[in-house]
Design a protein around this ligand. Sequence first.
Ligand code: 17E
Ligand code: FE2
Length: 411
Amino acid sequence: MLFQNALIENSATPTAFRVENGKFAAIGPDLTPNPGEEVVDLQGKLVLPPFIESHVHLDTCLTAGDPVWNMSGTLFEGIECWSKRKEKLSKDDIKERVNRAVRLYAAHGIQHIRTHVDVTDPSLVAMETMVELREELRDLVDIQIVAFPQEGILSYPNGKQLMLDAVKLGADAVGAIPHFEFTREYSVESLNFALELAAKENKLVDVHCDEIDDEASRGLETVAARALELELFDKVTASHTTAMHSYNNAYVVRLMRLLKMSRINFVSNPLVNTHLQGRMDTYPKRRGVTRVKELTAEGINVSFGHDDIFDPWYPMGTGSMRDVVFMGLHVCQMMGYEEIMDSYKFISTNAAKTLHLGEEYGIKTGRPASFIVLDADNWYNALNRNAAVLRSYKKGKLVAQSTPGQSEVLL
Ligand code: 17E
Ligand code: FE2
C-alpha cells in the first residue's frame, strides 16, 4: 500500500511511503504506485510515530469517587482512597476498566503504554490480571508492566516478598516509592532492593521518586548512583521527581553530574503533579513539576506521562497525551517556537527510549509500519488546535480512526 502526501515529523515537504507486510518498505518523495497497488492520499497531513504513554496506573483508572472522593487533592489522600477501593478489586472489574481506558488511549493514537500496577496487595490480583491483559490487548497496544509498591516495600507487610512474587508473575520492570517509606533508611534500603532485584532478574526499573514537595526527599541520588554502579544505566527511570522542583540550585548543580553519568531517564507527569503538588503551600504556591527544561538542556532523556485517568489522584482525563504536553509546556515554560515544534518527542521518541522500544519504533525503512496521521500540517498547529488523530496504524493495520468535529459561526 502506498501512502502519498505525508508531512512526516514536521517536514515542510510532502513525501510518500510504502507499507508491505506490516513494515515500512520504502520512504521517499519519488515513490510511484506499482501496478494494482492501493494508494492512500494523506492530503498534506502530519504523520508521526505513534504516541506513547510512558507513565500511567491502568489498575486504578476510572475509579474516581468509588468509594470516596479525594477531597484534599493530595497524593496521600489519594493513596488512602485507593487503599479502600483496592479491597473491592476483582479480575472482572480490572478487565472492564482497563479495556475502556486502553480504548480511550487508542482513539488518541497511543500504541504503547507503560503501566504501574500496585503490588501492595496480598492477593496480587491486579498484577495477575494485567499480565493477562498485556496479552489480550497486544494487537491494539503494547503494554509494559511495572511492579509498583504503592504503600512501600519496607513499610508494607511482606513488601519485599510481594515484589519478588510480582516479578515472577511477569512484570517487565521493578518500581519503588522512596518518599512514602517510613524512614530515610527504609527509603535507601528499598531502592537498593529494587535496583538489585532488577539487575539480578534482568528487568527495567521505574521508580516513583520523590513525589513530594519536601526538598529533603533525595531518593533520586540513590537511584542514579545505583544505576551507575550496577551498570543498569538507561534501563532505569525516575518518575515524578517533583522534589527536584524544590531542591536548592547548589545541590542540583552537583546532582546533575551524577544524573548525566548514570544515563537514567526521567518521566514527568505535568498534568497530575500540577494538581497534586503545592497543596501544603499557602502563597506563593509551588508548581511541583520537575526541572524538565534544565534536564533536557543537559541532554538527559525526559518523557511525559498522563499518570491517571479519572481516579483517586486525578478526577479528569480523556486519554489524550496532547493535553499532557500542552500543560507541560506551560508549567515548564517551554513555549519557544522550537520547543513547541519538538514537544511531540515527549510523548513519542523520548518515551520510546525510556521503554527501550529500540528498532521496533520509528518511521524508518525496515521498521514496523506503526504511525499516526493528525489533522494538521505540523505539530505546532496540531497542539495549538487540539487536532484529532485521524488514523492510527499499527504494524500496517488500521486500529483506530476519528472524524474531526465541525463548528459553524452563523454571523
Ligand atoms: N500513586 C502515586 O504514588 N503517585 C501517583 N501520582 C499516582 C499513584 C497517580
Ligand atoms: Fe504515578
